[in-house]
Design a protein around this ligand. Structure first.
Ligand code: GRF
Length: 230
């Protein structure tokens, strides 16, 4: 599968990315930092928030990025709100939309309009633990691994072709907060990696699966560790 190497990207315009946020924007910050690399294959051309008090807007301003608040309540319907999102994104020539802590559910119409150009980061190993409170539910279920997933968005919430995942061990003394913090660190690695793979043309979607031109890890992780490997 041909892909854009980092070197070839120099001669090509960077992928124009729009990032949608609702809150602190730590995933946005990870994208900002990764796009600042000289070999970055993408640039953040627009940040949209549905909340004017999202700290992510401060992060965008500090990075000199164009940003706007599009408040759901200012629009008469979900369709009008989503049309405002699309109008803002298309006005900036956005080619890929990243949902980074964006807390509104998007309709099938929006998802279809941006099909395979819309990705999301979810704090679990999908398809396990769709929905909210994923870390408390993982601890309650007694799983040995949880993690995060970057996927193309489909109409069904927290579903779609998986691009990148990270597996994070659950510790016996974990609380939802301690586990969330450990997973969040991996989110900050996975979302920029997924964006880079897409921007370099190394991801294609075949039905509901992604085909990815990238190195694959060997071996397996076991939790608890089978012996004192500390
Ligand atoms: C993250 O855990 C992300 O997985 C979820 O929202 C949380 C906050 O993200 N979707 P951010 O700090 O606003 O990027």
């Amino acid at each position: 599968m041909g892909g854009r190497t980092a070197a070839s990207v120099d001669h090509m315009a960077r992928l124009r990315v729009g990032v949608l946020i609702s809150g602190s924007g730590t995933n946005l910050q990870a994208l900002i930092d990764d796009c600042a690399r000289p070999d970055a294959a993408s640039e953040i051309a627009l940040v949209l928030s549905n909340r004017s008090d999202a700290f992510g807007l401060t992060r965008a301003a500090r990075a000199g990025l164009r940003s706007r608040t599009i408040d759901y309540r200012a629009h008469g319907s979900r369709g009008a709100f989503e049309q405002a999102l699309t109008d803002a994104l298309e006005a900036e020539g956005i080619e890929l939309v990243c949902l980074a802590g964006f807390m509104r559910v998007l309709t099938a119409d929006f998802v279809d309009r941006w099909r395979d150009r819309l990705i999301n980061i979810h704090p679990s190993l999908l398809p396990a633990f769709k929905g909210l409170d994923t870390h408390a539910r993982a601890i309650e279920a007694g799983v040995r691994f949880t993690g995060c997933t970057v996927h193309f968005v489909r109409a069904e919430v927290d579903s779609g072709p998986i691009i990148v995942q990270a597996a994070v061990p659950v510790r016996a003394d974990d609380t939802a907060e301690s586990l969330a913090a450990r997973v969040l660190r991996e989110e900050h690695r996975c979302l920029p990696l997924a964006l880079r793979l897409i921007a370099e043309g190394r991801v294609s979607v075949a039905g509901e699966r992604c085909l990815i031109d990238a190195a694959a890890p060997g071996g397996a992780l076991v939790n608890p560790a089978p012996d004192a490997q500390e």
